[in-house]
Design a protein around this ligand. Structure first.
Ligand code: SAH
Length: 225
């Protein structure tokens, strides 16, 4: 499979961001149950160190969430892999992400050749993420908005991935999911969250499955600059 991105010298990395270090992360994800080689390949290739502050770049290939400012985090690689793997099961083409954050999850989806639409409520995070997409030659459609309304003009979507936790699934998002589509979202409060997978069949009936316990920042209302 060919991954869709442009690899410039800073994306190739060295030392703690080298290919060897990235391969070690991929081995660890495989040991922890990630099976889809397309996902492992995307994680091996997308330069996560370019999605965090330079001061944290040496920790970018640890399997851990890292701060990205504004009280937000770039998700743990295992969680990104698990969500992406679940989402690929229904072979989507057009995907909506809520919570762009650093842009890393969107970049992994774009590298897999998916048509990615992403929404972020914090303007400054979105501006930084857009620079990264441009730098990597990735075509990601993005919008500064409260993602709880989804992106109705661009829907329906074959898959939807929510990267911030709400107390319950958001109806507007379920509504923008196409028939035979998959929605992956963390649901729950600060103490206890689960990653849910909602599948819609050809008739629009939905079924739900719990994938794993997770820890996400909250899905908040409104927008900030
Ligand atoms: N997918 C991101 C994870 C970022 S953390 C990554 O790969 O880095 C979750 C993000 O969701 C934060 O940036 C936060 O600002 C954003 N968020 C929270 N509530 C939101 C909402 N209602 N609409 C859009 N984005 C939201």
């Amino acid at each position: 499979m060919t991954l869709r991105m442009r690899l410039q010298p800073e994306a190739i990395g060295s030392g703690m961001t080298s290919q060897r270090v990235r391969d070690r992360l991929v081995d660890r994800l495989r040991d922890n149950g990630i099976r889809d080689e397309r996902v492992l390949n995307a994680i091996r290739t997308v330069p996560r160190h370019l999605f965090v502050d330079e001061a944290l770049a040496t920790r970018a290939y640890e399997d851990t969430a890292l701060p990205i400012g504004h009280g937000q985090t770039i998700s743990q690689p295992w969680v990104v892999a698990k969500m992406t793997e679940a989402l690929l099961e229904s072979e989507p083409k057009k995907v909506l992400e809520i919570g762009t954050g650093s842009g890393y999850q969107a970049a992994v989806l774009a590298a897999l050749g998916l048509e990615v639409h992403t929404v972020e409520r914090i303007g400054e995070l979105l501006r930084t993420a857009r620079k990264r997409f441009r730098q990597l030659g990735m075509n990601v459609r993005s919008k500064h908005d409260d993602g709880r309304i989804g992106w109705p003009e661009n829907g329906p979507f074959d898959a939807i991935i929510v990267t911030a936790a709400a107390p319950a699934l958001v109806d507007a998002l379920t509504g923008q999911l196409a028939a035979n589509g998959t929605l992956i979202a963390p649901v729950g409060g600060a103490g206890s969250q689960s990653l849910l997978k909602l599948s819609k069949d050809a008739d629009g009936n939905v079924t739900q499955q719990t994938l794993a316990p997770v820890v996400f920042v909250p899905l908040l209302s409104g927008m900030v600059d």
